[in-house]
Design a binder for this molecule. Sequence first.
Ligand code: COA
Length: 306
Amino acid sequence: MSDFRVRAYRSADREAVSELLLAQRDRLVAADPRLSPTGEFAEGDGALVVEDDGIIKGYVCPVPYELGPDDPLAAFRPAKGTRWEQLVTTEPRALSLLGETAGSETISLTWPSADRETADHLVEIGLKPSSEYALRPAGPLAAGQASDVTVRPARKEDFPAVLELYRSLMNFEHEISAHIRPTPAAERATCASFDLAVAAREDNFCVVAEREGSVIGFVQGKIADVSFGMFPPGRYAYLDLVAVRQGSRGAGIGRRLVAGTLDALARHEVLGQTLWFNPNNPLSSKFWPAMGFRPILTVFRSGTGR
Ligand SMILES: CC(C)(COP(=O)(O)OP(=O)(O)OC[C@H]1O[C@@H](n2cnc3c(N)ncnc32)[C@H](O)[C@@H]1OP(=O)(O)O)[C@@H](O)C(=O)NCCC(=O)NCCS
């Protein structure tokens, strides 16, 4: 077997890496036609895996990031780490060599969920699925049987109940995945979105489920233009936060809530509905597929414990 080694990217490698990216794009779109990768190569300080004869077998551009304490995103991902961008690999050996270049850094990589083969190799090098970005085609959802529940837009006076549901959701996720943690910045952002939703501004929405005068569930989100990675760009209904009160779960309320929310949003022209969920959450990982959401991109991370 020939030897592989790692070396720094040089601009003379541009054409060869671009060709590999284009071939990879075709393979990924065949695995999931919903994907929209450009296949365009953006030069950076990347690392290459090359064979004895100089043939390129893999490439990655590691981009360090650091989130300040005021960044709401720090509630959902490690505050410091390295994002792997422009990954291209032709075989597992190249991927494991690229993995070795990372040392003890916390890596994250967003990759098409349908590419099961690469997913298996990522797990072998210590990256684990930590977030799923899921997509549902535009259209209504059957509301199910929980007919004693009223689903309606949130009002100002619902704020304490919504905040309590939000806090229990964050604590629940934190117990499952330590890198998800309630932070003051994330709570402030959630409260600000609630205020915008109640004022019907900037396409924010918050919908609650009410039974016998008590709010027992909520959905908060936004109609938004989405454009990142290989996700098909456009306007989507983005469901940011969803929770049903503990003790009321498993009785069809979540389905009714999401169905009612989608009905309330039907006047917006969107390409579909989208959301993030934690694949390690035993409730949401069952609930969202049952609601017709299919993962399209998976975030793999190292060093997050699960
Ligand atoms: C996720 C959550 C909102 C679902 O609400 P719910 O009221 O329990 O869900 P429902 O009873 O309406 O279930 C709807 C469907 O999901 C499936 N489902 C829900 N919980 C499930 C579980 N624990 N195991 C298997 N399937 C489950 C059901 O099979 C059901 O399918 P069906 O309607 O086709 O029969 C709720 O469990 C919750 O608040 N969890 C804690 C917070 C959380 O994880 N939020 C999600 C963040 S992304």
